[in-house]
Design a protein around this ligand. Structure first.
Ligand SMILES: *Cc1c(COP(=O)(O)O)cnc(C)c1O
Length: 431
């Protein structure tokens, strides 16, 4: 299978080059030339398959023959070594818990898979590969932990100063070794701009081998397709129409869901749940795409003003707004409602939501009809956001074991401005 650039359908690479490059040379994002369908007998059989068996069925359609079957199985087993359970919260509302990985957020799925695939692709290159990751909160931790100690790879995490939680920051500043954390005086969009500019800078690319690990890398996106099938596999009542609400920032997660749907996942519709950074819900309502500077919210990993995967969604629907609207509706949840939802759901059901999951729950609850089955994705563990969550539920949130281990280590980070020259000099000096 070939992967084309969203800026030019004729620019096509195989999976290995698309993964190593991350972003196409014309600044486009890679997409599969066609979306293969899972065989019906596989879909009918999903409920008797494990997560890693489903992962192999989905991913071999994209990675074979470039990655041999045995190697792909090994990478999958190693990357997806934690559970992704579907639980009932109330009535016809179910939650897919994506936060049981090492950094307690769904990004572990994509980052762990990407790290292992990339490491295998570059093993014979004879040169260090620099992975640049801009993070609004969770990407940094997931990528850093996915790549830590992987030979031949150095990771540079860029994050907006003062805009990620202490617990998030610890997950990528305490590792050391092949991981460097850069605290950028600016917003997440500045961090993304620095990374994009680095890829376009000729001098830098001559001297250093750069790649990305943001949700723009196709090898982070594709493994996320897997858990949509796993969610369906675990759903008890499969006969009703299914709606899935996805808390969204850069829209990689939703893109993966839409790819799953094209591959044959029997889902009727998706809800794009955002915080007040509502560029996409606004687009769905008005047809106008108006990217802007992000504003800070309680669901900070979704504070994105110009979602990078939006172009992929357009491509999946041949750029037809009317087609997108048949499958996707938007819903916006503000901070006041996030607080209220966390409290109400806990009081009523005992289930503890994090601020991102709260956006998913609220969107689903508001839009779901009685004749549908609903699933929302819980993208982070509530213990990542203790201040907000504990205030609403009036008790402590127990930290998962994986999170405790980051708490007493020393943070190591370098501060830089948001100017590209500073970032470039930093990278050149590292050589
Ligand atoms: C990154 C992130 C999101 C947004 O996911 P996208 O794929 O960028 O839309 C939502 N919730 C959490 C906790 C995240 O870390």
């Amino acid at each position: 299978m070939k992967f084309y650039s969203t800026n030019n359908k004729d620019l096509q690479l195989d999976i290995k080059d698309a993964v190593i490059k991350g972003l196409a040379s014309d600044n486009g994002l890679f997409m599969p030339e066609n979306i293969p369908e899972l065989q019906k007998k596989v879909i009918d059989n999903l409920k008797s398959m494990t997560l890693t068996e489903i992962a192999f069925e989905v991913l071999n359609l994209y990675f074979t023959p470039t990655v041999p079957d045995a190697k792909l199985k090994e990478i999958i087993d190693d990357a997806l070594n934690f559970d992704i359970p579907l639980k009932n919260v109330e009535g016809n509302i179910n939650v897919l818990e994506l936060f049981h990985g090492p950094t307690s957020a769904f990004k572990d799925v994509g980052a762990r898979f990407l790290a292992r695939v990339l490491s295998w692709f570059v093993k014979d290159m004879g040169q260090d590969v620099y992975v640049l990751a801009a993070t609004s909160g969770d990407t940094g931790g997931a990528v850093a932990n996915g790549f830590v100690d992987v030979p031949g790879i150095k990771v540079v995490v860029l994050y907006p100063s003062g805009m990620v939680s202490d617990r998030q920051e610890r997950q990528f500043t305490t590792l050391g070794r092949n991981i460097t954390a850069l605290e950028v005086k600016g917003t997440f969009d500045d961090c993304q701009r620095l990374v994009k500019s680095a890829f376009l800078d000729k001098e830098l690319n001559k001297k250093i081998f750069l790649t990305s690990a943001n949700s723009i890398n196709i090898a982070r996106l594709l493994p996320q397709v897997v858990y949509y099938f796993f969610a369906f596999a675990q759903l008890k009542d499969k006969n009703k129409d299914i709606a899935i609400a996805v808390p969204s920032g850069n829209f990689g997660n939703l893109t993966a869901g839409l790819i799953a749907s094209k591959m044959g996942l029997p889902v009727k519709r998706f809800i794009a749940a955002t915080n007040i950074n509502d560029v996409v819900p606004e687009y769905l309502n008005t047809g106008k795409y108006n990217p802007r500077t992000s504003v800070q919210t309680l669901a900070n990993a979704m504070d994105v003003g110009d979602p990078s995967n939006f172009v992929r969604i357009l491509d999946l629907f041949n750029k037809q707004l009317e087609n997108i609207k048949k499958t996707v509706t938007g819903y916006v949840v503000d901070d006041m409602q996030i607080r209220k939802t966390i409290k109400e759901v806990f009081d009523k059901t005992g289930y503890v939501l994090d601020p991102h999951g709260a956006c998913g729950f609220e969107s689903l609850k508001t839009q779901l009809s009685d004749v549908e089955q609903g699933i929302f994705l819980a993208t982070a563990h509530p213990a990542k956001f203790p201040d907000v969550v504990e205030e609403q539920i009036n008790q402590k949130v127990e930290m998962p074991e994986t999170m405790k281990q980051f708490m007493d280590k020393q943070k190591q980070k370098t501060e830089i401005s948001s100017s590209f020259d500073d970032f470039k000099n930093f990278l050149l000096k590292k050589q």
